[in-house]
Design a protein around this ligand. Sequence first.
Ligand SMILES: *Cc1c(COP(=O)(O)O)cnc(C)c1O
Length: 235
Amino acid sequence: MIDIARNIQLIQERIEKAAAACGRPAGEIMLLPITKTHPVESISRAIAAGLRRFGENRVQEAESKIRQFSDTGNLEWHLVGHLQSNKARTAAALFDVVHSLDSIKLALKLNEAGLACNKILSVLLQVDLGQEATKFGADVDQVREIVAAVSELKGIKLNGLMTIPPFFDNAEQARPFFMRLRELSSILESEKPGCLGQRHLSMGMSHDFEVAIQEGSTIVRIGTAIFGERQYGRT
Ligand SMILES: *Cc1c(COP(=O)(O)O)cnc(C)c1O
């Protein structure tokens, strides 16, 4: 059986080591365990090991899981997968942070939903730096327009950028993508100070998070290295 508590400890040690190696305080790097396809028992074990934030990638799957933890106080839920506008209302009610804002249309829907449930939903703008037609995320040339539009809205708050580079066997090959996200963040902040709120950079997954930390990641999204391989047939 997978030892989730042990895996969490190992990942935390690797985060600390990677941060120390580039002179960053480990405390500014948030570990976001990604629990998609994994059962609620896995989430319970991660909670027992001290984790409080979790990421899911599909609204429907997350909805039933989150409901099962409604009595567990103090949890924070992040949506990291693509969000269709017609699910914005459900997403805004369930999640504390949405990492996958990628259009003005979705921003308007989330804003409406945020206002309707009386909260300011934290969002990250997902940027597609891979230029692959299959990938979600806003193109770089749309980013300014989306940032400007979101800054007018009261039901959502932009707190940074997110990206998913193409998969490379060698994590070093992901580095240019992480670098570009950090540079984009700096450029946007210099053009319009404060426009990225907490200035999160949500980047890095199980196989490349150490490189992402070297390039400035503040949120690493880790699934497999904590919970084991996903078995897609079972969900
Ligand atoms: C599944 C997923 C992750 C975690 O991936 P691992 O390789 O299992 O660590 C991170 N980010 C997003 C957006 C995901 O969908």
